[in-house]
Ligand binder design. Structure first.
Ligand SMILES: *Cc1c(COP(=O)(O)O)cnc(C)c1O
Length: 218
């Protein structure tokens, strides 16, 4: 399936007007497809498998800003620490500590978002509201100099009910607003980015609208 450049320009214009960053989610898509969007001027791309990200980053242009949007295992942080722009889904202190360690090794500071569990579904990773409060307190007591928490990320329930999605995004935005130092709120995907934008998202992660549906469950 070809990249939908027309949809890209339309969405980009819409989001630029609201100062929302578009992360083009290119997981499972070919380097050629990524290059097509790159040539249209895009630089922020999101991947959710470490090996795939590492392989793509090694061959694609060096000025691409790579976002890791999936569940990241601590033992794999080292593979992306040299270059990753933003880790969206930090979901444990252990992971943040490992990011800190690997970032320091690479003499970098890596920006991270804490993943918050806002959906009803059990399968999604992330902190609940209380755990979020606890981890923020812990980070205040013991700051990590090389893993900088700059905001929150969340995924709404997979549901056709827009009111439910909107309410979940509102919860996330309210948590975001409690931390004056936060500057990135990553919420919204192909199916719900319009609602996310209305509810105060600053960064959306869009795959299928741009690249077409993915095969399988990835
Ligand atoms: C795959 C994925 C997306 C993009 O999903 P689309 O529905 O294709 O836009 C966004 N965020 C995360 C965390 C993903 O894994």
């Amino acid at each position: 399936m070809p990249v939908n450049i027309e949809a890209y320009h339309t969405i980009r214009k819409e989001l630029d007007a609201k100062k929302i960053t578009l992360v083009a989610v290119s997981k499972t898509k070919s380097p050629e497809a990524i290059l097509e969007l790159y040539r249209a001027g895009h630089r922020d791309f999101g991947e959710n498998y470490v090996q795939e990200l590492k392989d793509k980053a090694a061959t694609l242009p060096g000025d691409i800003r790579w976002h890791f949007i999936g569940h990241l295992q601590s033992n794999k942080v080292k593979f992306i620490a040299p270059f990753v722009q933003l880790i969206h889904g930090a979901d444990s202190l252990k992971l943040l500590q490992e990011i800190n360690k690997q970032a320091e090794k690479n003499q970098r500071v890596i920006d991270c978002l804490l993943q918050v569990h806002i959906a009803e579904e059990e399968t999604k990773f992330g902190f609940d509201k209380n755990e979020l409060g606890e981890i923020l307190k812990e980070l205040e007591r013991n700051p990590l100099a090389h893993a900088r928490v700059v905001g929150l990320m969340g995924m709404a329930s997979f549901t056709p009910d827009p009111t439910k999605i909107r309410n979940e995004f509102r919860v996330l935005r309210a948590l975001f607003d409690q931390q004056p130092s936060f500057r990135i709120l990553s919420m919204g995907m192909s199916a719900d980015y319009g609602i996310a934008a209305e509810e105060g998202s600053t960064m959306v992660r869009i795959g299928s609208i741009l690249f077409g549906e993915r095969a399988g469950i990835k």
